[in-house]
Design a protein around this ligand. Structure first.
Ligand SMILES: [Ca+2]
Ligand SMILES: [Ca+2]
Length: 501
């Protein structure tokens, strides 16, 4: 059944496309040299160090940037030695980079629904991409993060992918780009698809597209956000800006491919026997007979890695343009910047591709917060935090009224002091009652049938060696299991209740 749900996730995404530690130690790759200074040219901006941060006003603006399907292949996170992300790296340096930040769910819709409502998948029943999140009885009247800002007098606008495409939420926004019903502009498509030659895989495809940057959907979202930052406003704003790449298909202009010469692309460090000690539910999530088999058969692994890297550098440029505009605007000194990815991505690790799994690659994603007057430059926090924590954190930063129903915990103490203590491991859920808990040292996975995995990141950051069946780790498992959710409600499609709104 769960395998079927995974498969449904794939189908939904394909259908939509057709219609329209400190992570620096994660040495996942054969080549250990880290790319040096970025070679790609970007327009100059005043650095934060050159800027005097004014005394924080009572209600700062918020620039809320989401990046779809971006794993930890970001220069400052050290997830890939080749990647060039000068803008993300520079942004991270300006505030606090959370190097151990994890999604609540490793799929677009449940991750975003959880982040935007502050409610866990196990409480709402929103576990997978096809689950209409407002149909959850728990979420039908939930006040989303942007709605909460709206209630406090903010001008709240959004553009690009913030919620999952199938389930936009007009009540969350006063204006939306391109529209309240369509959350992303169309992307140009290359002729003669698929470019990678793999048949019947729809958007599981990659290669250059012969268009200038400005024709890309994400460039249009960046242009829209830049326009919003140029407007004079009489009240504080919450500006949501969602980028779609590096989501599939990896079609971006040639110049981004040129940044990663194919013969120099580093492949992930993969153990071919890695799934041997993984329980059956985990192996079914990996589906080695699916994408991985095809990628190998069509000799596409290196090209796929190149295309994912190219897509990341493309989106890095989009982020840079928006942040640069903010820096030059009158809002520069009084705007909080939050940047997050919705979940990670496998490119062959555990013989798995995409997200939809509970390991490090699928659950780990970027989170950086720049809060004038609160964060200091160069902050790095290794505490295991969750995207469920973003909502209460923004409440604290901006002085909004607290909301008791939120299941996350404010990161304010870590923003002030990234070394402050933090007890709670990060919880990720994939399907009903399949959970992963990540502490600074351990990852503990417990599937719905009670089978388990345990990895020691001090010794095994690639999660190759499952220790769950070794009795000497029984106490570690027991301690972590205390953090598993007490309720695991059925998924929303099984709850027969009338929608309230
Ligand atoms: Ca996603
Ligand atoms: Ca293994």
């Amino acid at each position: 059944m769960r395998n079927l749900l995974n498969y449904l996730n794939f189908l939904i995404e394909e259908k939509q496309m057709n219609q329209i530690s400190d992570s620096i130690n994660r040495r996942k790759f054969l080549k250990l040299t880290v790319a040096g200074a970025a070679t790609f040219a970007f327009s100059g901006c005043a650095s934060a160090s050159q800027r005097r941060i004014s005394k924080r006003a009572r209600q700062p603006n918020v620039l809320f940037i989401a990046i779809d399907d971006l794993n930890d292949w970001v220069g400052c996170l050290g997830g890939h030695p080749d990647v060039k992300t000068p803008n993300l790296d520079k942004l991270a340096q300006r505030g606090v980079l959370f190097t151990n930040a994890y999604c609540s769910a490793p799929a677009c819709n449940p991750s975003r629904a959880s982040l935007m409502t502050g409610i866990l998948p196990s409480t709402s029943g929103v576990y997978h991409n096809p689950h209409p999140w407002r149909k959850s009885p728990v979420l039908s009247d939930a006040v989303t993060l942007p709605q909460h800002f709206m209630a406090h007098g903010y001008r709240v606008v959004g553009g690009g992918k913030i919620y999952h495409g199938g389930f936009p939420d007009p009540p969350s926004w006063q204006e939306y780009f391109p529209s309240q019903k369509k959350n992303k502009p169309d992307d140009p498509m290359p002729p003669n698809r698929p470019l990678n030659g793999i048949p019947k895989t729809a958007h599981f495809d990659w290669g250059p597209v012969d268009v200038p940057d400005k024709e890309m959907g994400d460039s249009k979202v960046a242009d829209w956000a830049i326009g919003e930052l140029g407007k004079k406003r009489d009240k504080p704003f919450f500006l949501g800006c969602g980028f779609f790449r590096p989501h599939l298909p990896w079609y971006v202009p040639q110049k981004y491919f040129d940044m990663y010469p194919l013969d120099k692309v580093t492949l992930p460090n993969v153990n071919e026997n890695d799934l041997d000690d993984v329980p059956p539910i985990g192996r079914r999530m990996a589906r080695p007979e699916g994408d991985h088999k095809k990628v190998i058969e069509y000799k596409q692994w290196r090209k796929a890695v190149q295309a994912y890297l190219a897509s990341i550098s493309f989106v890095d440029n989009c982020v840079g343009r928006v942040v640069c505009t903010l820096d030059k605007s009158s809002y520069a000194d009084n705007t909080v910047i939050v940047l997050w990815g919705d979940h990670g991505w496998h490119l062959g690790e555990k013989l798995h591709w995409r997200k939809f799994a509970l390991w490090e690659e699928a659950t780990h994603a970027p989170l950086m917060i720049i809060a004038p007057g609160i964060t200091k430059q160069g902050g790095r926090c290794i505490r295991p935090v969750s995207f469920i924590d973003i909502y209460p954190t923004l409440i604290d930063i901006c002085g909004l009224s607290p909301k008791k129903e939120l299941e996350g915990k404010s990161l304010l103490s870590l923003l002030k002091n990234p070394k402050a203590s933090w007890q709670r491991p990060a919880l990720t859920t994939h399907g009903r009652n399949n959970h992963s808990l990540r502490s600074e040292r351990w990852r503990y996975i417990r599937y719905s049938d009670g089978t388990e995995e345990l990895y020691d990141h001090d010794r095994d950051e690639l999660e190759w060696n499952n220790l769950a069946n070794d009795p000497k780790y029984a106490d570690i498992k027991k301690e972590l299991a205390k953090w598993l959710p007490e309720t695991n409600v059925p998924d929303v499609t099984r709850i027969r209740t009338k929608r309230k709104r």
